[in-house]
Design a protein around this ligand. Structure first.
Ligand code: NAD
Length: 387
C-alpha cells in the first residue's frame, strides 16, 4: 500500500545550527519579522541570540513574548490579532512547544478570516485553505517535535484541542541542542519523556510505516541512552545532542504515524489539572502500554531492544512485559511521579477524565487495541495508585 510521508522542507540540526538563521531568512525576501517567544527566554539571553544577528543584517523584528506554557485559546487569539496588526511577513517561533505552536498559528490564521477558535479540530467550523506566512521554528526544549509537525495544541477549559493542517508545517526547522543547555532538570525530564512517548506511540500506531518505524526506533535509542544524563547534568553536550536529535526524529515519526492512547488520556490531565504536557504523557505511558501490550507484543519487544536491552533469552511476550517495566523505571529515574496520586489526583476525578478522553476519537483510532470508555476508565484507575 502506498504511504504518504511529509517532512519539513529544510532542517538544520546539530550543535551551532542557529548560525544558519540569517541566511535562511534572506531566502524569503522579507523585511519585517514576527518573533514569537516566552518571557523567560528573553530573561536568560536566548532571545538576543536570535534578534541581534537579524537586526545586524537589517531586518526589523517585532517580538511577541507573552507566550505561556500550555497556551490557552485566549493567548492564541491575542497573538493572531497582534500578528495581523504588525503586518509581519515572516514568523519565527523560538522556545518550547508552547511558543512554536503559537508561531505556527500566527503564521496560518493571520492569512485566513476569523479567529483561531473557528479552526479548532473538534469544534471549529472553518477550514484552512491556503499556506500562511513563511515560518521558521527554533526549539529550545527537546520534547514536542513541534518544529516538524503540522499541529498547534491549545488548552481549553477541561481538555486540549488542535489546529492541524499540512500548511502548518514550518518552512525551516533549526534544531540546535546548544539552546537546550539551560533547560532545568524537571523540564528536561518531562519534555524528554514526551519525546519518548511520541516515538513509542508512533511505533505501535496502526498508521506506522517503514519510514516512521526507522525514525521512531532511532529516537527511542537516542532518548533512552541519554535522558538520565541530560536530567542529571544539563551541561552534558552529548546527552543534550542526543535528546535534541531524538525529539526531532520522534516528531517526524509521530507527525506521520500519529500518537494514540497515551495522548488521548493525557490531554484531559492537562486540561483539568494543568499538568504539563510531558508530565501527563509520562505518568500514563507505562499504564497505557501495559494495557495494550498484548495487541503489539512484537513491537514492544523491538522497543525494549531499542532501549538497549537484549531479548535473546526471552519470548516475545516476556520481552513485551519487560518493556513496560523499563518504561516505568525510566519515568521514575528522571523524577516524574509514576502515579496520578503523585499529582494530587483523586478517584473522584476519573469519571470526568474518562468523559473527556473518549472524545479524542481521531487519536484513539490509531491505537493497536481499541480503547473504549471502560478501557480508558480502567487505565486511569490503574494509574491512580500504580497497580
Ligand atoms: P513549554 O514550551 O511550555 O516550556 C516549558 C517551560 O520551559 C517554560 O517555562 C519555558 O520558559 C521553559 N524553557 C523553554 N526553553 C528553555 C530553555 N532553553 N532554558 C530554560 N527554560 C526553557 O514546554 P514544551 O513541553 O516544550 O511544550 C509544551 C506544549 O507543546 C504544550 O502546549 C503541548 O500540548 C504542546 N505540544 C505540541 C506538539 C506539536 O506537535 N505541535 C506536540 C507535543 C506537545
Amino acid at each position: 500500500m502506498a504511504e504518504k510521508i511529509t517532512f519539513t522542507p529544510f532542517s538544520y540540526t546539530g550543535w551551532g545550527a542557529l548560525k544558519h538563521l540569517v541566511e535562511e531568512v534572506r531566502k524569503f525576501n522579507v523585511q519585517r519579522i514576527l518573533l514569537v517567544t516566552d518571557p523567560f527566554l528573553e530573561g536568560i539571553g536566548i532571545v538576543k541570540r536570535v534578534t541581534e544577528p537579524l537586526e545586524q543584517a537589517g531586518f526589523t523584528v517585532d517580538i511577541y513574548k507573552d507566550v505561556v506554557p500550555e497556551p490557552p485559546l485566549s493567548v492564541g487569539e491575542k497573538l493572531v490579532a497582534y500578528a495581523r496588526q504588525s503586518q509581519s511577513e515572516l514568523v519565527i517561533g523560538l522556545g518550547g512547544g508552547s511558543a512554536l505552536d503559537l508561531a505556527k498559528l500566527a503564521g496560518i490564521i493571520t492569512v485566513h478570516e476569523g479567529n483561531v477558535e473557528d479552526y479548532l479540530n473538534l469544534t471549529g467550523s472553518k477550514k484552512i485553505t491556503k499556506k500562511g506566512l513563511p515560518t521558521i521554528l527554533i526549539p529550545t526544549t527537546s520534547g514536542t517535535g513541534s518544529e516538524v509537525t503540522n499541529i498547534s495544541v491549545l488548552s481549553l477549559e477541561t481538555t486540549k484541542d488542535v489546529v492541524t493542517h499540512d500548511y502548518l508545517v514550518a518552512d525551516v526547522a533549526i534544531v540546535d541542542p546548544e539552546l537546550t543547555i539551560s533547560v532545568p532538570a524537571k523540564v528536561t525530564a518531562a519534555t524528554g519523556v514526551d519525546a519518548l512517548t511520541h516515538a513509542v506511540e508512533a511505533y505501535v500506531s496502526k498508521n506506522a510505516s517503514v519510514v516512521s518505524d526507522a525514525l521512531a526506533l532511532q529516537a527511542i535509542r537516542l532518548i533512552s541512552q541519554s535522558i538520565r544524563t541530560a536530567v542529571q547534568d544539563g551541561t552534558n553536550v552529548q546527552a543534550r545532542t542526543d535528546m535534541s536529535y531524538g525529539s526531532y526524529l520522534a516528531g517526524i515519526a509521530f507527525f506521520n504515524a500519529g500518537v494514540a492512547g497515551v495522548h488521548a488520556l493525557a490531554y484531559p490531565l492537562g486540561g483539568q489539572f494543568h499538568i504539563a504536557h510531558g508530565d501527563s504523557n509520562a505518568v500514563l505511558l507505562p499504564y497505557v502500554m501495559g494495557y495494550i501490550r498484548s495487541s503489539c507484543e512484537k513491537r514492544m519487544k523491538d522497543i525494549y531492544n531499542a532501549m538497549g536491552f537484549s531479548s535473546n533469552q526471552l519470548s516475545q511476550q516476556q520481552a513485551s512485559y519487560k518493556c513496560v517495566d523499563e518504561l516505568k523505571r525510566l519515568v521514575e529515574d528522571v523524577g516524574i511521579p509514576s502515579t496520578l496520586q503523585g499529582f494530587n489526583i483523586t478517584a473522584d476525578a476519573l469519571e470526568s477524565l474518562t468523559t473527556d478522553a473518549v472524545k479524542q476519537t481521531r487519536i484513539l483510532a490509531r491505537s493497536p487495541m481499541p480503547l473504549l470508555q471502560q478501557d480508558i476508565f480502567t487505565i486511569y484507575e490503574a494509574a491512580l495508585n500504580g497497580v
